[in-house]
Write a protein that binds this ligand. Sequence first.
Ligand code: NIG
Ligand code: FE
Length: 411
Amino acid sequence: MRILFKNIKELVQVREGEISFVSGAEMKILPSIKNAYLLIEGDTISDYGKMTDCPDFKVDKIVDASDKIILPTWCDSHTHIVYAGNREGEFVDRINGLSYEEIANNGGGILNSAKKLQQISETELYNQSKVRLEEVMQLGAGAVEIKSGYGLTKEAELKMLRVIKKLNQNYPIEIKATFLGAHAVPKEYKNNKQAYLEMLVNEILPVIQKENLADFIDIFCETGYFSKEDTEFLLKEGQKYGLLPKIHVNQFTSIGGVEVGVKYHALSVDHLEVVTDKDMDILKNTKTMPVALPSCSYFLSIPYTPARKMIDLGLPLALATDFNPGSTPSGNMNFVVATACIKMKMTPEEAINAATINGAYAMNLQDKVGSITIGKKANFILTKKIHSYASIAYLFGSNVIDSVYIDGKEM
Ligand code: NIG
Ligand code: FE
């Protein structure tokens, strides 16, 4: 099937050749073509250019995109889409004055989600999770990373990872899987965290390798969860199984997670609501992508990642949703982009770069998605009639998406 999109008001994020990610001042540049065409063949982008240069292609279908914009689908590099039930009760408890930390210390939080997940079957977990996956595709995501971490037993962690694998097999969206067994210390291991970490390493990692269940390894490096030393231990073990780190760091406190991440060549270090000058210095000139999760800051009323300072220092930045039942029950990348502009003072160009090409890098998918490039996946968003791409942020409460194409097919 060959489809030609013609009279596109603006074709955004066109990149020729290889590009891994953009940093610092480069993030302000969002290459585009006004009055453009785009040709796709099957699941692949095969040509694009100025409308005035559009050859007389033989195609199966023509889509008139007058007054509409085309941009690559969002690359959401940090989600926990596979979970059971919800945590609406805790949401109301927080409105009534309890803090996220207090709820967690009372046995709520991650442990609450783990209890729910342990009790349901793999089929039920799949059915609950696929609804969210379908929703994020409608919202313009064309690639997502999904973590385990609400299982916290061998059986339940593997159940989560098998659900992620099945979603990957059944849906056209690109999915990468991350093993986050070290998301919280289960009650039974309360006084013996090391034994829990050793269970993850000795009992779960070999099965992950055997069944090819994960691409990355993650740990919640945070006061009250896992220390810098725990992080170092786990990343070293993960390395033996070829799992690149993508880790939760600096959500509430800076305890050295960024440094350990960089030391073990983490693909990304995520959250970063609290970032010290030393952390920023450590990240400079590395291949580790800092990832900000502004919907989490919004939902929990915690600080936003200091994006302005980081980008002005020359660092790259990616944006992701963190879609999960506790801190961010939303998988809307359009809201993430808008919030990054409104609350973090990122320009629309920076935010779109962060949510596409840099997000793709943070999942090791930069060769497949993240830009309009010949040979990449035909994964893109066709907007409604809008004034410019800044409307995605400006009209923050509106749905500006007309349709989403993944693998060249309208979703
Ligand atoms: O990324 N911070 C750690 N984990 C998740 C939320 C966990 C939860 O509350 O369920 C996050 O925000
Ligand atoms: Fe997270």
